[in-house]
Design a protein around this ligand. Structure first.
Ligand SMILES: [Cu+2]
Length: 404
């Protein structure tokens, strides 16, 4: 009898894969829908920003969860394609770069340093403050958009950058359509390999101790199981990772993609109520960016770090090299969507606003202004922050997209 029961369970689990039920993202989605309609109202009254981009012809970025398996595979194929196209960054600048995918990673590694300071402060900065400059977030809008453009123009991708709607997968990221390891996913977890707990913000000030998940080693399932990471690490999430031949992380260091997908983090800080707390609980840009960033001393991780730490591993858990894990772009599309939502809940007063210092390590550094430049190296021409503020081409910016 007992044996029969066990057998029955085994049969059910192998023959009928249980359909994944996402958690609710209704607050997050209704905030985004509200932002879209208030953006539409604004455009109706004010007119479009430039002569070409309208609500009707704007690109639409969609939720990974709402894509069909065929659409997901199309995106995956484009990412695989860009990771075989030849690099355009000179070897003298990036000796480890081999592909166009690496070009983007190299830019992120480089620019993280430019923005956050170099030299002796580097390690301190990375560990103590992580990715705190809001200019960085703005830069990521341009960075993600340029990557999307490369997928389209260089790899024939005819859709747009999907986003990882965190709340849907917050309670069970491992079985989600993003990480379930199927051929329509962005690959699954790494195989189990022990590592020490990851401390936020640092091992010397471990305000938050992230316990190990069930992975840690090489990703072994899905489309990216043979994916090669070449650059970094620069600030590895844990010890005993293979060292880059150059201190700047741009040397050639081929290795597998490692993940330790972490439900403890995603359940803690990426739920629907967590997004609500961020978007509706802040009315000025400084509070918004600070809350997005987290308050580690208070034990609060914030959606930005929480998304990165849900993936973790190498290079996902590395501030500099994190775009070496292809899910980076889905996470940052959702970061962008969240900022876009916050902006367009009050388009006229929240679009062209920046706040905060350009550096978290240098107290006398100037404040961020709309004239600060975003430089993406060999991937795209530099533009001012002002041009990155509106996703509909405001201030002559290059973007023309919305979120649905
Ligand atoms: Cu990030």
């Amino acid at each position: 009898m007992r044996f029969f029961k066990i057998l029955a369970v085994a049969v059910t689990s192998t023959t009928a894969a249980v359909k994944y039920t996402p958690a609710s993202s209704s607050i997050t989605d209704s905030l985004a829908a509200g932002a879209l309609s208030s953006f539409e109202d604004y455009v109706k009254v004010q007119g479009i920003y430039n002569g070409t981009c309208t609500m009707a012809n704007a690109a639409v970025r969609r939720d990974w969860d709402s894509l069909t398996a065929t659409e997901r595979k199309k995106y995956i194929a484009a990412v695989q394609c860009i990771s075989t196209k030849k690099s355009i960054t000179p070897r003298s600048i990036c000796p480890g770069c081999r592909t166009r995918y690496d070009d983007f990673l190299a830019t992120h590694i480089n620019q993280t340093m430019t923005i956050h300071g170099t030299g002796n402060f580097l390690a301190w900065y990375v560990l103590e403050s992580r990715e705190t400059s809001i200019a960085d977030r703005f830069r990521h809008r341009y960075f993600t958009w340029t990557y999307e453009k490369a997928l389209r123009e260089e790899c024939g991708y005819d859709d747009y950058q999907p986003y990882w709607n965190w709340p849907k997968y917050a309670l069970d990221p491992l079985d989600s359509p993003l990480f379930d390891g199927s051929d329509a996913s962005m690959s699954g977890n790494g195989v189990y390999e022990y590592h020490e707990p990851v401390c936020i913000p640092s091992t010397s000030t471990p305000y938050i101790k992230v316990p190990q998940g069930s992975g840690g080693g090489c990703v072994s399932s899905g489309p990216f199981s043979n994916f090669t990471v070449r650059l970094g690490p620069v600030s590895p999430a844990w010890s005993n990772m293979s060292t880059n031949p150059r201190p700047d992380g741009l040397g050639y260091n081929p290795r597998c993609l490692r993940r330790d997908i972490n439900p403890w983090i995603s359940t803690g800080w990426t739920k629907d109520v967590d997004v609500d707390f961020l978007v509706t609980g802040t009315s000025d840009i400084l509070s918004f960016q600070n809350r997005m960033q987290g308050d580690f001393a208070a034990g609060y991780v914030g959606v930005h770090d929480a998304g990165h730490m849900t993936i973790n591993g190498d290079p996902g858990g590395d501030l500099f090299a994190s775009p070496g894990d292809p899910t980076f772009y889905l996470h940052h599309a959702q970061i962008d969507r969240t900022w876009w939502t916050w902006q367009n809940l009050d388009t006229p007063s929240r679009t062209f606003v920046v706040a905060g210092s350009t550096s978290m390590i240098n107290a006398s550094a100037p404040n961020t202004t709309l004239d600060d430049m975003i430089d993406l190296g060999f991937n795209a021409p530099a533009i001012s922050l002002r041009k990155a503020m509106s996703t509909l081409g405001g201030a002559g910016g290059p973007f023309c997209y919305i979120y649905r």
